[in-house]
Write a protein that binds this ligand. Structure first.
Ligand code: URA
Length: 249
C-alpha cells in the first residue's frame, strides 16, 4: 500500500522540531528526497519507497501511529458495541482504515464512566511493554470519593494501599491482593492514586475495600507520559517524538 505524507509533517514527527522549524530547514536546502533537494513543505512523499535525507543522513521512517486520547464518559473501550459509541468512533476516517504499521488498538482499557489518558497504537511491541504485569508500569488516576475522609483515615488508607490491600471478587473476576500503590491526597474527598497493575475495576475495587466509593475517575498519566491538559474531553492527537521516547525508554 502506498501512503503519502507531507514532508513537513513527516520530518516534524521524526524529531526535527515544529512545522515552523522544519519549514526553515527545508528552505535552507538540506532536505533531499530520492537525491533531489526539496524546499517546499507541502511536497508529498512516500516514506516506504522514497529515500529521505537530512544533511546527507538517511532518516529511519517510523511506520507506527501513536495516539493520546482524553477519553470521555459514555464511550466504551471496545471495537464494537451495539449500544454505545466506542473510542474508535471518535477517530478521524484516516485512522479507520488499515494503517501501514498494522492494526490500531488500545493499550489497556478504561471503564465506560472513566475519563482521561487512553493510548492507541499500531505498535504491538510498545503495547506489550506497557501492559505486561512484569514491567510494573505506573498509572496515575485522579479520584473523587463519595465519603469524606478525615486526616487520620487518610493516613490509614495510604498505609493500607502501600502495604498491599486484599480486594474482593467482583462479577467473574477473582479476589486479589493489590500491589503496593501510592496515594496522595488533594483534599478529604479527592486524591491521586498510582498503581502498577491493571486488574478489572481495580481502582474502584480498592476504594470499595476500604469502605468508600469512587464517584469520578480520570487517568492522568502512564509511565512518564502525562495527559495533555489542552485535550478536551473526547479529543485526541498523535504523540510527539519526545512523548514516544518517554514511553519507549
Ligand atoms: N480502575 C477502575 O476501576 N476503572 C478504570 O477504568 C481504570 C482503573
Amino acid at each position: 500500500m502506498r501512503t503519502t505524507v507531507r514532508i513537513d509533517k513527516l520530518l516534524s514527527s521524526h524529531g526535527f522540531g515544529t512545522r515552523k522549524d522544519v519549514r526553515k530547514m527545508l528552505h535552507s536546502g538540506v532536505v533531499k528526497v530520492d537525491n533531489a533537494t526539496v524546499t517546499l513543505p507541502d511536497i508529498l512523499v512516500d516514506p516506504q519507497s522514497q529515500v529521505i535525507e537530512v544533511d546527507g543522513e538517511k532518516i529511519e521512517v517510523r511506520n507506527h501511529v501513536y495516539i493520546m486520547m482524553n477519553k470521555c464518559q459514555d464511550v466504551v473501550c471496545s471495537t464494537k458495541d451495539g449500544l454505545h459509541k466506542t473510542v474508535f468512533d471518535l477517530l478521524d476516517d484516516k485512522y479507520q482504515k488499515r494503517l501501514p504499521g498494522g492494526e490500531l488498538h488500545m493499550i489497556g482499557r478504561l471503564d465506560i464512566d472513566t475519563e482521561g489518558l487512553l493510548l492507541l497504537t499500531t505498535d504491538g511491541k510498545l503495547t506489550h511493554k506497557l501492559i505486561s504485569p512484569k514491567n510494573h508500569i505506573p498509572k496515575t488516576y485522579y479520584v473523587e470519593l463519595q465519603y469524606s475522609v478525615t486526616d487520620t483515615e487518610q493516613e490509614k488508607y495510604t498505609v493500607l494501599f502501600k502495604e498491599g490491600l486484599p480486594v474482593s471478587k467482583e462479577n467473574n473476576e477473582e479476589a486479589f491482593v493489590a500491589q503496593s500503590a501510592s496515594l496522595v491526597w488533594n483534599d478529604n474527598k479527592s486524591c491521586n492514586l498510582t498503581i502498577h497493575e491493571g486488574k478489572y475495576h481495580q481502582v474502584k475495587r480498592m476504594f470499595k475495600a476500604v469502605g468508600n466509593e469512587v464517584t469520578f475517575l480520570k487517568r492522568i498519566s502512564i509511565g512518564s507520559l502525562k495527559l495533555d491538559p489542552e485535550l478536551s474531553e473526547g479529543a485526541y492527537r498523535e504523540l510527539s517524538e519526545q512523548e514516544i521516547a518517554l514511553l519507549s525508554d
